[in-house]
Design a protein around this ligand. Structure first.
Ligand code: COI
Length: 372
């Protein structure tokens, strides 16, 4: 439970969405398409710090066209999920880790750092109002999207002295509409996602905007996703789209799960971190290392590299089945979901839903006053 010192003002909708309409929307939510009935807003002024915390009905924002974020993109966000628990109640997965990354991203973008207890209180307040929107279906969850942006009206380039924090929530199903069906990837050798000293380790919209053209290039090549290589040699594999990558060498209990090390240009994924721990718990060798494009291709060809998967909060674990690049194409394993990938996936979702024990204390049990 949080211990925020900010007092939240609660403004609930007078007229709630009818239960039948809510159930209809929750039956097939898609990803990030529908939103719950309320949102949290907190303001920050350089002179007074965080203030005016409130839960309010979900509504469009009114922004002056001169608002700094629209021009200079001083903004950060997070993505975490809340799950209906088998034993009742609702829990957010690794809320503390997301709060910490949100502060690190904010620091990199010269934004104020939101205290962890306020981040957690915002989750409690929103889930208390909207817990009925947490889906119960196995692959569904409530995707929580905290964000912060420069709300000062100014065209001068400087760290904003007025900032707005919002927390919105979106009942969601699989990020990839085809579920765990493997994706195909295009290795981008002409574009880079991040460079040393840049913002690659921060969760900021510019990293995603800068990736859209390469994603379009991947689609033009008939691939689902783009894979990013290091910006210097265009040789070392970094990430896939907005997700981390893991490589499985060998099979069965002797398999090794390797993910590219955090060099400063990769996003330190919370799912990535969780899988390193869970992989160890399941008896796999886990490693933060590096892999080149050549090693990826030859490993698949000689059978030593058996599985590749992408991981992220939204995508959970999504197998990579086929690779295409300017110099050739190859298949990973038999092109289908791998055994280690699926075992890790099940272990993760079991913890998230309270089906398996939570030895790492990853679940943040929200303070929901009227459990349904
Ligand atoms: C997430 O996995 O939560 C992400 O942020 C990826 C994407 C939806 C932006």
């Amino acid at each position: 439970m949080s211990t925020s010192t900010l007092k939240f003002k609660i403004r609930l909708l007078d007229q709630r969405v009818a239960p039948e309409e809510r159930e209809r929307l929750l039956a097939d939510p898609g990803f990030g398409r529908i939103f719950t009935e309320h949102m949290v807003r907190i303001r920050w002024y350089a002179a007074t710090g965080w203030h005016d915390a409130e839960l309010a009905p979900y509504a469009p924002l009114t922004l002056d066209p001169g608002t700094a974020v629209l021009h200079y993109a001083q903004a950060v966000f997070e993505g975490l999920k809340a799950f209906r628990q088998r034993s009742g109640g609702v829990a957010a997965f690794r809320a503390d880790a997301h709060a910490a990354r949100f502060r690190r991203s904010a620091r990199r973008l010269a934004l104020p750092e939101l205290p962890e207890e306020t981040f957690l209180e915002a989750i409690d307040v929103l889930l208390d109002a909207d817990h009925e929107w947490v889906p119960g279906a196995p692959e569904h969850s409530l995707y929580l999207r905290p964000l912060m942006f420069a709300s000062e009206v100014s065209l001068s380039v400087h760290p904003a002295d007025q900032v707005t924090f919002l927390l919105i929530a979106s009942p969601s199903g699989s990020y990839f509409p085809r579920g765990v069906k493997p994706v195909s990837v295009w290795l981008s050798e002409d574009f880079s996602r991040a460079a040393p000293g840049g913002t690659g380790a921060a969760k900021t919209g510019g990293n995603y905007a800068g990736g859209l053209l390469a994603q379009a290039q991947a689609a033009a090549q008939g691939c689902d996703q783009v894979v990013w290589l290091d910006s210097h040699e265009h040789r070392w594999v970094e990430e896939m789209g907005g997700m981390n990558l893991c490589f499985v060498f060998g099979r069965g209990g002797r398999a090794k799960v390797m993910t590219p090390a955090l060099t400063g240009t990769l996003l330190p994924g919370v799912t990535r971190d969780s899988l390193l721990a869970l992989g160890g718990d399941l008896g796999y060798e886990v490693e933060e290392g590096r892999i080149s494009v050549d090693e990826w291709q030859t490993g698949c060809e000689d059978g030593s590299l058996t599985e590749v998967f992408a991981c992220g909060t939204a995508a959970v674990i999504t197998p990579v089945g086929a690779v295409k690049s300017a110099r050739g194409s190859w298949v990973v394993g038999d092109g289908g979901p791998g055994e280690v990938s699926m075992r890790l996936r099940q272990a993760l979702v079991d913890v998230q839903r309270g089906v398996a024990p939570d030895p790492h204390e990853w679940l943040y049990h929200a303070r929901v006053s009227s459990k349904d």
